[in-house]
Design a protein around this ligand. Structure first.
Ligand code: NOJ
Length: 511
């Protein structure tokens, strides 16, 4: 386990939308470099950058055409190497996004693979042995090329599935996981990883990490084995590099060798019950919605077994949001967000802050871009300051990759910095506190102290610290052990010999 993860607070950058340095309307690597001091000052000491490789951008770069080349719209490989160096100079680690399950349909491997004549890449992807032979239960395409076969998709139509084999081949065209063609795919993946790690990258966020081997096995044992093998390579040659999975099943992902696994808005883990529980029944029952019918037990029922089962193996990563989900600001006020973030940044595991969430950027209702669909509204340009394109780009508005928030009160970094009560300052303080107090960090002990159905507050311990949150509009009291020194608080809180009184929408940490 790389030691630095213990105290890591990540900042996710969607490169298209962070900072445009050359007026072409799209963010770029040099723009990120310009803003490293901002990220450092905020307190984040690690970055995750969404795919920045050459791509036709039918899925915003998750359709990779060349894994070893920075997309010209973001700059050059040299720019990215410089970013690694500049980040390291400031004590910031950089994770790239690794997309192991599929490539773009324009990747040279696929262009070879779809040829009728057998060649080195014929089995780099999953093909049936006839254009009229489909793949039961899986999405596939046929009739698009000279090769007489259908190929499997891993996500969108533009993303053919790479071939890591089948756990239990039942058709002649299904290769076993140890077939030379599947082993070659595995080696190709390692080669890509080594390429970036050798040039200064500090690890990867791994896209759809559970999607490698085609298997019905609910434990995904074969995919797990492949990652375990990769982890061995990392431990031997890159022991300080980190692997964070998009698996959303920490029990499996951490056994597979990932250091951390994201806790996403997937069904069955209670994450949405915290900040985004408005999809059913027309009411907002999120725990952090003031006056809603939120219930922390719904989250804990799912989270606690996962935490208990995995706490020795690695970390669960809470996110404020990501490029695939609606920003929490869609339904929560800044006051509600302060409490939600206070919770995320004081939980065990490695937290991730999505760019712009620190100033409460909105979710915008805008047309799709590059396969974003409803995700597009969370991917708009970072709002730096008043004036042209809110400081994102000096280019013409008409060339912007996505529109900036045009609301007169659109939050900006500049305004947020000036307002000492802003969400930004709360985030900054919380991150600083997490760095100072080891007991708030990734692997310090976590215990629930008070959590009752439909009741407030929620109280927990991190080591010897007591943390409590009351998102409700009522003043509440509870008896709980807590120290005298208040390290941080939001709202009105008083503590009198073990009796805690918390005003509406409040939070505290005591030592
Ligand atoms: C998950 C990524 O986060 C998402 O943006 C992408 O579209 C899919 N994987 C496919 O790569």
């Amino acid at each position: 386990m790389p030691g630095w993860l213990k105290d890591a607070v990540f900042y996710e950058i969607y490169p298209q939308s962070f900072k445009d340095s050359n007026e072409d309307g799209i963010g770029d690597i040099n723009g990120i470099i310009e803003k490293l001091d901002y990220i450092k000052d905020l307190g984040c000491n690690a970055l995750w950058i969404n795919p920045c490789y050459d791509s036709p951008f039918k899925d915003a770069g998750y359709d990779v055409r060349d894994y070893k080349k920075v997309a010209p719209r973001y700059g050059t490989n040299e720019d990215l190497y410089r970013l690694f160096g500049e980040a390291h100079n400031r004590g910031i680690k950089v994770l790239l996004d690794l997309v192991p399950g599929h490539t773009s349909e324009e990747h040279p491997w696929f262009l070879e693979s779809k040829k009728a004549a057998e060649n080195e890449f014929s089995h780099r992807y999953i093909w049936t042995n006839g254009a009229f032979c489909g793949i039961g239960g899986h999405p596939y395409i046929s009739g698009e090329c000279d090769r007489d076969g259908a190929y499997m998709l891993n996500f969108f139509k533009c993303q053919p599935a790479l071939n890591y084999g089948w756990a239990n081949p039942s058709e002649p065209w299904q290769k076993g996981v140890d077939d030379p063609a599947c082993l070659a795919t595995r080696e190709a993946l390692k080669d890509i990883m080594r390429f970036w790690l050798d040039r200064g990258c500090d690890g990867f966020r791994v896209d759809m990490a559970d999607s490698l081997v085609k298997e019905d096995d609910e434990y995904k044992s074969n995919t797990v084995k492949i990652w375990q093998e990769i982890r061995k390579m990392m431990d031997a040659d890159y022991p300080e590099a980190a692997l964070v999975s998009e698996w959303c099943n920490p029990e499996q992902a951490l056994k597979a060798g990932f250091h951390a696994d994201f806790y996403l808005d997937h069904w069955g883990n209670g994450y949405n019950s915290l900040i985004r529980d408005y999809e059913t029944g027309g009411e907002d029952n999120s725990f952090f919605k003031c006056g809603g019918k939120g219930d922390i037990k719904r989250f804990l029922a799912e989270y606690l077994p996962r935490y208990e089962a995995t706490k020795e193996d690695g970390y669960i990563s809470f996110i404020t949001c990501n490029h695939d989900s609606p920003r929490a600001k869609r339904t929560l006020t800044d006051k509600e967000l302060k409490l939600a973030y206070a919770f995320f940044f004081t939980m065990p595991g490695v937290p991730f802050l999505y760019y712009g969430d620190e100033i409460g950027m909105r979710y915008l209702d805008i047309p799709t871009k590059e396969g974003g669909y409803q995700r597009t509204g969370s991917r708009t340009p970072m709002q730096w300051k008043r004036g042209r394109n809110l400081g994102f780009s000096d280019g013409y508005e008409s060339v912007l990759y996505l529109p900036v928030d045009s609301a007169p009160d659109a939050p900006t970094v500049e305004d947020a910095m000036k307002d000492e009560n802003s969400l930004y300052h709360t985030v900054k303080e919380l991150i600083a506190l997490r760095h100072r107090e080891e007991e708030l960090q990734a692997d310090a002990d976590f215990q629930v102290v008070y959590a009752e159905e439909r009741k407030f507050p929620f109280v927990y311990r991190r080591g010897n610290l007591t943390v409590a949150v009351n998102p409700s509009p009522e003043t509440v009291t509870v008896e709980a052990p807590c120290g005298k020194e208040v390290l941080f608080k939001i709202g009105e809180v008083s503590i009198d010999s073990g009796k805690i009184t918390m005003g509406a929408q409040s939070f505290f940490i005591t030592k």
